[in-house]
Ligand binder design. Structure first.
Ligand SMILES: [Zn+2]
Length: 241
């Protein structure tokens, strides 16, 4: 949200302004929802009495994953799987927690390590695309703005730069869309193993796990939706010239 630190000339465009505001609303809503769902189910224990770290280890074992370390990291909902280090980094609430939330998130991250172990293709594509998305995600804005300013004096370079900016942003959107199947698949694997191993042993626990994981997945859907709206607004802005 670079645009809030200085005057953003793109926000003069009403379509872009509305798209940006809608994007902020949906992503903030999804973030709030995952936080409140996580906190709610962090108060609810599971019969198996396992911690998140124990659940992650069990899910890894049952998924045939070997050589992955499970580490306690810092932060809140900062949990992730690092495919390069082959490490599951779990936040303290998840690592030590004996709750539906802790087990759901830990199992989800273990689900990513299963994807890695079975060479689940979209995870590989996603990892390959990370550097491209990182560079494009930062550069698109400046390229687009420079194009916008040059537009009146440079009849070819101006519009060209705007189109390059849009293309870079589209790359970022593509990356976000690629993230969706990876995230949904990790949760699907997590749920299946939690139930089959008995870590989650009744319907109430199962529903709780689903609610936590669905709320987490919704943050990725919201981020992608926000970017798609922004992309449409950028396309409209670049076509207008
Ligand atoms: Zn994930």
């Amino acid at each position: 949200m670079l645009s809030f630190f200085f005057f953003d000339p793109l926000l003069m465009n009403p379509v872009y302004l509305v798209a940006t505001l809608l994007g902020i609303i949906v992503t903030t809503w999804a973030q709030h929802r995952v936080t409140s769902t996580f906190k709610k189910f962090a108060e609810v224990g599971v019969q198996s009495g396992m911690t998140g770290a124990e659940a992650a280890a069990a899910v890894c074992r049952s998924g045939g994953v070997e050589g992955v370390t499970i580490e306690r990291s810092s932060g809140f909902l900062s949990d992730h799987y690092d495919p390069r280090a082959r490490a599951l980094r779990l936040s303290p609430d998840v690592y030590d927690g004996r709750s539906i939330s802790a087990i759901a998130v830990a199992a989800h991250e273990a689900g990513h390590s299963i994807q890695d172990a079975v060479d689940y293709a979209p995870l590989g594509w996603r990892s390959t695309f990370v550097p491209v998305a990182q560079v494009g995600g930062r550069a698109w804005y400046f390229v687009f703005i420079i194009g916008m300013f040059l537009n009146s004096s440079e009849a070819i370079l101006g519009p060209l730069l705007m189109q390059v900016g849009v293309a870079l942003f589209a790359g970022l959107v593509f990356f976000q869309l690629l993230t969706l199947p990876v995230e949904i698949d990790a949760s699907r694997r997590a749920k299946a193993v939690l139930v089959s191993t008995g870590i989650v042993s009744n319907q109430q626990e199962e529903e709780g796990v689903s609610k936590v994981l669905d709320a987490a997945a919704m943050t990725y859907v919201a981020a992608a939706a926000a970017s798609i709206m922004q992309l449409i607004a950028l396309l409209m802005r670049s076509r207008r010239e």
